[in-house]
Design a protein around this ligand. Structure first.
Ligand code: NOJ
Length: 566
């Protein structure tokens, strides 16, 4: 067995006549971001939970993987009612993750390796343990303290009905009553009261928070629920017909849902942009925006707003050439129109891992690898979720007793929630917890079946998913074609997609259940074994360089013709 370090990686320079990589574009436009879910990445202090020291200790791994930047999910002081997205002190580190000094050391160590650090910003809500909410809870209706949140009187003669019919994303009503009879709004858990962004003090506080982290060298932010910061004026009921369509598990929102995607949000995001632009070094922000289609999403990345917004289109599709093509086109026809790149996502901490979404088992793994090469060859930025590079599946048989997602309790134990995609990473060894922690009692148990998926095992295997990602990232890093914007579809047989980047870089994906013809050319990288008979096996993506002769021929033909004739 060779370690993958010993395996010569193909370099863009050795196989093409590409010009040297230009650095004229801001780094984030085509960067590979790696999302760290801090509780699940690596445990540095043996308490069974991942932390900042554990992450710092594993930075060499991330450097070898070839990522450009990290996105850290929340590590702030929090009671943990929603995995840290209930923030009680947005300018401090929760003791379970370490200290501010650990954060500073992490940023310095990452920067020393050429890796940028971006972090979560959670502006839609605070924890109910944040001092502001404690004050609001104790204060009078109509007070300045209550004006920071969304407190309202209830309906009905005794005010004991919620102010409107809005549901919480996690189940149950979006309103909770306080002892003096008023209600407060929480689009998520009751422990996450929504802030009122029309109150200037809220914007001022978030400017302070941004500056606090920017001053410490943070390179950017992922803005949580960016589409939720403004609610429709007057908090109108959701129309019954719309309410019937809402399935929060689907993430995508109907366009007439008054909870989301209101015009005022763009002013709040512009204020973030002004702060970011006042710092040197291309600081950036990416929005978590679940809007009803690319045309609405693009409004968040106009030149004076966010730099990026997640292109979630690829998480909404089944394993189908037609669906992938429509998803890619929706993103690519809308974002560039406002001058923004796409930011492609396959998985994150809120979504079933793509290996499982695409069928699980051997087939899901093959499709996951094929999807990865597709994702990494599209123009724009890419977001990887920790464990994507190991081909981790969801863990769907976690015991009920360990489930922590608030959706589990808020739905009366009918929705299991997102813990299955948050199981800690397997690093090495033959039994759980596979080097994640020195403690056997990890916050979620790792399945014994992950033994073949550990980092150590996969580093040793030339054909592992980890080796595939490392090769792909290495190639991408050196390729000015893949950093560019050039993209065109090429005709290809049913159940396949084919596109060209630059002059001669061709990507073909076979979504079908049997082999498809493969165009002539030099294979750069394939997501699975090729049969050597000139075909592209089922559930496989290939990166190719077209041969000169084939390019000349292709002037008047499509790849469909080349794939069927050649
Ligand atoms: C989106 C985050 O990704 C998710 O994990 C969280 O529960 C909600 N926003 C609320 O903050």
């Amino acid at each position: 067995m060779h370690r993958v370090d010993d395996v010569p990686m193909r370099s863009a320079g050795s196989t093409s006549t590409e010009p040297p990589l230009s650095h004229s574009e801001p780094w984030w436009r085509s960067a590979v971001f790696y999302q760290v879910y801090p509780k699940s990445f690596a445990d540095g202090n043996g308490d069974g939970l991942g932390d900042l020291i554990g992450l710092r200790d594993r930075l060499d791994y991330l450097q070898q993987l070839g990522v450009d930047a990290l996105w850290l999910s929340p590590f702030y002081t929090s009671p943990g009612a929603d995995g840290g997205y209930d923030v009680a002190d947005p300018t401090d580190v929760d003791p379970i993750f370490g200290t501010i000094a650990d954060f500073d050391a992490l940023v310095a160590a990452a920067h020393a390796r050429g890796i940028r650090v971006t972090i979560d910003l959670v502006p839609n809500h605070f924890s109910n343990q944040h001092p502001w909410f404690r004050e609001a809870f104790a204060a009078e209706p109509g007070s300045r303290e209550r004006a920071r949140f969304i407190f309202r009187d209830g309906q009905g003669p005794r005010g004991d009905l919620p102010p409107n019919n809005w549901p919480s994303v996690f189940g149950g009503p979006a309103w909770t009553r306080v002892p003096d009879g008023q209600w407060y709004l929480h689009l998520f858990a009751a422990e996450q009261p929504d802030l009122d962004w029309s109150t200037p003090e809220v914007a001022a506080e978030f400017e302070r928070i941004l500056r606090f982290w920017l001053d410490r060298g943070t390179d950017g932010f992922r803005v949580d629920v960016a589409h939720g910061m403004a609610k429709a004026t007057g908090l109108p009921d959701i129309a019954a017909s719309t309410l019937a369509k809402i399935n929060d598990a689907d993430h995508m929102r109907p366009s007439d849902d008054p909870r989301w995607d209101q015009d005022e949000v763009h002013e709040y995001l512009r204020a973030f942009r002004r702060v970011l632009d006042s710092y040197p070094g291309d600081r950036m922000a990416v929005g978590e925006v679940w809007a009803s289609g690319g045309h609405r999403l693009a409004r968040y990345v106009r030149p004076d707003e966010l730099h990026l917004a997640f292109s979630f289109q690829l998480v909404e599709v089944a394993w189908s050439a037609n669906e992938f093509r429509a998803a890619i086109e929706d993103a690519m026809q809308t974002m560039p129109a406002v001058g923004a790149p796409c930011a492609w996502v396959l998985s994150n901490h809120d979504i079933d891992r793509h290996v499982s979404r695409f069928g699980g088992g051997t087939v899901g793994t093959a499709r996951g690898r094929a999807a990865a090469l597709l994702q990494l060859a599209l123009p724009g930025a890419v977001y990887l979720y920790n464990g994507d590079e190991l081909g981790l599946p969801n863990v769907d048989d976690l015991p009920d007793s360990v489930l922590q997602d608030p959706a589990w309790d808020r739905t009366g134990h009918t929705v299991r929630g997102r813990d299955g995609e948050r199981v800690p990473l397997p690093w090495d060894g033959d039994t759980p917890p596979f080097g994640f922690s020195s403690s056997a009692a990890t916050w979620l148990p790792l399945p014994a079946s992950w033994q073949p998926l550990t980092v150590a095992r996969q580093l040793d295997e030339v054909d592992s998913t980890l080796s595939l990602y490392r090769r792909a990232l290495d190639y991408r890093a050196k390729s000015s074609t893949l950093h560019g914007n050039d993209f065109s579809w090429i005709g290809s047989p049913d159940d396949t997609l084919a596109f060209r980047r630059g002059e001669d870089f061709v990507v073909v994906v076979n979504f079908g259940g049997g082999p498809a013809p493969k165009p002539p050319g030099q294979v750069v990288l394939a997501s699975g074994p090729l049969d050597g008979d000139g075909t592209l096996p089922a559930n496989t993506t290939v990166w190719m360089r077209e041969e000169k002769a084939a390019m000349d021929r292709s002037a008047g033909t499509s790849i469909r013709d080349q794939m069927t004739s050649g």
